[in-house]
Design a protein around this ligand. Sequence first.
Ligand SMILES: [Zn+2]
Length: 373
Amino acid sequence: MIRKTIVLFFIVLLFFEHSLYALGSLPPRKYIPVKVRVINDAEDVLIRIKGLYKIADFGNGNILSEGKDLQGLSVSPGYIKGEGIKLLPELGARVYVNNRQFRGDIDIVKDKNNRLFIVNHVDLEQYLYGVLYHEISHNWPVEVLKAQAIAARTYAFYQKLVSKNKYYDLTADVYSQVYGGRTSEKWRTTRAVDLTRGLVLTYEDKIFPAYFHATCGGSTTDALTLWNIDIAALRARICDFCSISPHYTWQKELTIDNVQSMLKKADYDISIVSFEIMKRDNSGRIVDFLIKGKDKDIRLSGNKFRLIVGPNLIKSANFEIDKKGKYVTFTGKGWGHGVGMCQWGAFNMASQGWKAEDILKYYYPGSEIIRIE
Ligand SMILES: [Zn+2]
């Protein structure tokens, strides 16, 4: 009986969440295009379009062909006469690149090595639909999803404003924000985007890169230390909220050979003798890391070291190091660069009843929320 009641409660809750969403139809709004590089350095790509479409020359925009329902066209650099082509689906048509569906138009462009990169032209809000699922669990409370939508929108809009690249504003990987197109959309994350439509963070009336990361491990860090960005909204904050995170502490054992080969790939050729932590910032992250070698020494920031060895192996720059013979053990706290919003902390705050706006003001102190449309 109790189980039945609980199931019924969740069905009612789900229906209520759905119907709330369905009730408020969204007013018309401005289209803010962003250009996202979704594939890089490809030998070829497989294109499929369901519905009406045009294919245009990338350089002069001349229409090269048009039609309906393109079945599995493999595009290689040899197929393209000029610099590239543009796929222009008509309203309602569906475009697939390597079997992943994207909203908006697609550029297929040749790079200087005669390989292909693919750029998706998409509306900022629809871009966020395809980002949130990758950046956060879509099962988390709505207030943390909303906070994430606002932070991700701010980050993307900032990148659009500062991008100097002719072809794209953002990449779709971990170096920007992970974006999977329409294939990655889930209704709860899409709803969080809609509920915060057009909202971005500003500091002293300026958009700033609202960085975020998985788990800070006790304290976030200054963007000043990491990237020389000096604004109050990106300064270190104490955060105990993420102590529930599975990444709050971590340990990784690697062989010295493994570390050496990763360093060598990044042009640091060294025969490692020992490691020495020279300096940490106030949050505990290593800012000066000395690797002593047989012939020479290397000095790196903890963050650079972790990016070289592997950001998923050395999860943060806040670690202790223990070398024994051929092995080295890293014991650390947190996952990610540590700047801005701590996602697991934000999750715990939302679970305790914090609103998205308060979560954001905690992690980006002094920031304001404005609407960009
Ligand atoms: Zn935290």
